[in-house]
Write a protein that binds this ligand. Structure first.
Ligand code: NAD
Length: 496
């Protein structure tokens, strides 16, 4: 279990076969608001420990797969209650290690629990065996567990993107190895340990580290499914590592989600303007489904920009994640801060106009942490890097368009297709939405505000393979197994 070393410092260890496992080397996780402050330490799992964890999961699978769905649901519901009871403690840890404001960290737990509840409610019918009597006999279709799942999660929603995998994988009868991101390993490990405390040894194992341990998880022959959320570039390495043993995969990857504002959008709708600002700058823009490029019909473009700046200046308050006035915290890590800053500087060099948004509540903290003041970027070319690349940070370009065909092409020419949004009169917006290549399209809202865990979530093209959430997000942890009992045992066209 997580050890509270002192009031301030958290130490997590690998968790293998129901036991904490000491590691020879540990890494420190700094606080993004004050990088000299260590929030906690986490281990670097060795290759030998990773193999031990995989073998533990494979061993546990032999008995776990025979448990009944009712038993699994009871265990998962107990875990949900424990997470609920520890919510404040988890949220504080998440805020400190990640940099997201407290309300946002609570939001992450809210989404995680909503999904875990949904998975518990739906698992029984999603996994129900079907028996069909037909003219040629009887067929039994079962949804069998796949085996050992390697769940690899990113830093931006470390708890939600771990539980999105753990809950359905276990309910479907698989065992799991979780590897959280080294940029936010502590709160995710804490939640996974809480869940693990309700399940038999070996059913959930937690390992830590980066690509080295990731390679072992994705290439080891005992691992039969990979559930990965992260960057598209990392996914390409994973596909290669898994190729030798042809593993089942769910890949939830990057996006460059567009928000399209049609001529019929009312720029005076302050609630809608607030929603698009939140869709750009929640979690300091570090969400896969955040709106990362805005296209506005030329007839309303100037008014839109004016109203957008007003709305952004009202909502964006950059400060200490523990201050209830703060809506935007720091970027999670220095690498990401430098990357986003580089994209904005590049746009500026290409002639774009950069407008700083919101108010800085604490200048000293702002200068000390990995903070970036949110920016609006105007006057870009349609194919500038800040428009076509995933920024994953607090900046957004706004570009005008002339007609629907043009904006649909601009949307669809992206290598990504995760989410998108269309804003305006509902029927106009739905008509454009139908033509967009994206896993989810939201009407008059965007990003997590339009997320519905009851329906499948995932991307077209290089935004991923497969779906999480919804019934599909449970079935994705199963193999369809058909048992055929045909009446016609001998085929008529095969000669005696
Ligand atoms: P990342 O790809 O750098 O890392 C993700 C995870 O992969 C981490 O745990 C990392 O340690 C691990 N990893 C790194 N190299 C590996 C390797 N060779 N083999 C196995 N594992 C390896 O991504 P990130 O920076 O943590 O997250 C940001 C990215 O995630 C963005 O592109 C974002 O869009 C994407 N994302 C997608 C979704 C979605 O649902 N589609 C959700 C959140 C984030």
């Amino acid at each position: 279990m997580t050890i509270q070393a002192d009031k301030e410092t958290i130490i997590v260890e690998a968790f293998i076969n129901g036991q904490n496992v000491k590691s020879l080397s540990q890494l420190a996780k700094e606080n993004p608001t004050n990088p000299t402050e260590i929030v906690g330490y986490f281990p670097v799992t060795t290759k030998e420990q990773a193999v031990e964890a995989i073998e533990a999961a494979a061993g546990a699978f032999k008995t776990w797969k025979h448990t009944s769905i009712d038993e699994r649901i009871i265990m998962m519901r107990r875990a949900i209650e424990k997470i609920r009871a520890a919510e404040n403690e988890i949220v504080h840890l998440l805020s400190r290690e990640h940099g997201k404001p407290l309300y946002d960290a609570h939001g992450e737990i809210y989404v995680s629990l909503m999904w875990m509840e949904f998975a518990c409610n739906e698992a029984k019918s999603a996994l129900q065996e079907e028996i069909k009597e037909h003219e040629n006999g009887k067929t039994i279709l079962s949804h069998d567990p796949i085996g050992v799942v390697a769940a690899i999660s990113p830093w931006n929603y470390p708890i939600a993107l771990s539980t999105i995998k753990i809950a359905p994988a276990l309910l479907a009868g698989n065992t799991i190895l979780l590897k959280p991101s080294p940029f936010a390993p502590l709160a995710a490990a804490k939640v996974a340990e809480i869940i693990a405390s309700e399940f038999p040894a070996g059913v959930i194992n937690i390992v830590h580290g980066d690509a080295d341990v990731g390679v072992e998880l994705t290439s080891n022959p005992l691992v039969t499914k990979i559930a990965f959320t992260g960057g598209t570039a990392t996914a390409k390495h994973i596909i290669k590592a898994a190729a030798e043993t042809i593993k089942d995969m769910t890949l939830e990857l990057g996006g460059n989600d567009a928000a399209i504002f049609l001529e019929s959008f009312d720029v005076h709708d302050e609630r809608a303007m607030r929603r698009i600002v939140i869709s750009n700058f929640l979690t300091a823009g570090q969400i896969c489904m955040i709106a990362k490029r805005i296209y506005v019909h030329r007839s309303i473009y100037d008014d839109f920009v004016e109203k957008y700046i007003e709305a952004a200046n009202r909502w964006i308050r950059i400060g200490d994640p523990f201050d209830s006035n703060t809506t935007v915290g720091p970027v999670n890590n220095l690498k990401q801060k430098n990357y986003v800053q580089g994209l904005v500087e590049d746009a500026q060099k290409r002639g774009a106009k950069v407008i700083h948004l919101g108010q800085i509540l604490d200048q000293k903290l702002f200068e000390q942490g990995y903070y970036l003041q949110p920016t609006l970027v105007l006057g870009c070319d349609y194919h500038d890097p800040i428009v076509v690349e995933e920024q994953f940070g607090p900046t957004v370009p706004i570009l005008p368009f002339d007609d629907e065909e043009q904006v649909i092409n601009l949307h669809n020419e992206s290598i990504y297709g995760l989410t998108s949004s269309v804003w305006g009169k509902e029927e106009d917006a739905i008509s454009v939405a139908r033509q967009l290549e994206a896993g989810t399209t939201m009407i008059n809202t965007a990003a997590v505000q339009g997320l519905d865990v009851r329906f499948p979530f995932g991307g077209f093209k290089q935004s991923g393979i497969g779906r999480e959430y919804g019934v599909e997000g449970i079935r994705t942890y199963t193999e369809s197994h058909v048992i055929n009992v045909p009446k016609t045992l001998d085929l008529p066209y095969i000669p005696e």
